[in-house]
Design a protein around this ligand. Structure first.
Ligand code: SF4
Length: 343
């Protein structure tokens, strides 16, 4: 069922991304390049019961797709309990998780048993030394083990997300496709975005969708665009001549804001209507001061009905584009960080 709640551009209230923690056990340079971060106060982090209640209110307004994110969501203890609590809501028909995979091997089977439907694992490089330099972690083998465990647990349509950064991993596109193909997974190449947290971003390090297609076409031959997918999905999908599929999320050079039905809740209950939104709607305060479900639904409906956000399109129109925020701007409000708003 598509939600009947529409924003000012006619976009339905659709998928919800729920960040369960702002902490992460990696330091990818497109997201967390600094040495120090401000963390959300623990007392403000939503409990599983609070998250489940909010998800229930969103589901009552027509949201059927929920994705758990972070930070790194598997740093939140007993995440399978939250998955089970959300799974009990029959209106949520698609519950997914985005993880960096470091801890996935030890949790995959329990998450599947709890009702998690799909998993996306971030993997930017097949080379451990590159990951060590780029993401400041030596746990490449654990990520690969996590991908293997997800495959073994039997999740639907395992996806691998790769942020492509010129000079770092742009020579691995074909290798990542081969890696995913061998695991019955689908890789999605993501353009490097100038969002909060990406303080080292520059346009010359972005590898565009056009360039990815050209490079893969050179290696594999003619590439076909796949049509008929969910019009709200962020990735455009393509097929190689042998039928192997992959996706590209071209948020930087070809944004898809006009079809965007996504919103996100931070771990402390700020509801953000766009990845680029300057600020959000505080849902924690009414939640903790006794608001009824109907009152919460009214706040959410009013917020969505006033939405005009087209953040990535607005960025595309900026001449001489630079990072969205400098470090001082991020320190002023940690909610601007991508690891806080769930990527
Ligand atoms: S920039 Fe904002 S409106 Fe555009 S696709 Fe991303 S979240 Fe949606």
């Amino acid at each position: 069922m598509t939600s009947s709640v529409r924003d000012r551009l006619g976009r339905p209230l659709g998928s919800l991304r729920v960040s369960v923690t702002d902490r992460c056990n990696m330091r990818c340079s497109y997201c967390m390049p600094e040495a120090e971060y401000e963390w959300l106060p623990r007392a403000q982090i939503l409990t599983f019961e609070e998250i489940t209640r909010l998800v229930g209110v969103f589901a009552g307004l027509g949201v059927a797709k929920v994705r758990l994110t972070g930070g790194e969501p598997l740093l939140r203890h007993d995440l399978d309990q939250l998955v089970r609590m959300i799974h009990a809501n029959r209106r949520v028909t698609d519950q997914a998780l985005t993880t960096n995979g470091v801890l996935l091997a030890q949790h995959a089977a329990r998450l599947k048993a709890a009702g998690l439907g799909r998993v996306t694992v971030s993997l930017d490089t097949l080379r451990p030394d590159r990951m060590e330099r780029f993401a400041r972690t030596a746990r490449h083998a654990d990520v690969l083990a996590g991908i293997g465990a997800a495959q073994g647990a039997g999740f639907d349509r395992l996806k691998i997300n790769t942020v492509v950064v010129r000079g770092f991993n742009d020579d691995e596109l074909g290798d990542l496709i081969e890696f995913a193909r061998a695991r019955d997974a689908e890789v999605r190449f993501i353009e490097y975005m100038d969002v909060g947290g990406a303080t080292r971003w520059s346009l010359d390090r972005v590898v565009s969708q056009r360039e990815v297609l050209d490079r893969l076409g050179h290696r594999y031959g003619s590439i076909t665009a796949i049509t008929g997918d969910d019009p709200h999905a962020p990735a455009e999908r393509f097929a190689l001549p042998d039928g192997t599929t992959f996706g590209i999320i071209a948020s930087t050079t070809a944004p898809f804001c006009r079809a965007c039905d996504r919103s996100r809740i931070t771990a402390d209950g700020q509801w953000l209507l766009c990845l680029y939104a300057e600020s959000g709607v505080d849902l924690r305060e009414p939640l903790r001061s006794g608001a009824s479900d109907d009152a919460l639904a009214a706040v959410i409906t009013a917020g969505w009905e006033g939405r005009t956000d087209r953040g990535a399109e607005a960025r595309l129109a900026v001449p001489e584009r630079e990072p969205l925020y400098r470090v001082s701007g991020l320190r002023a409000d940690p909610h601007r960080e991508m690891h806080t708003r769930g990527g």
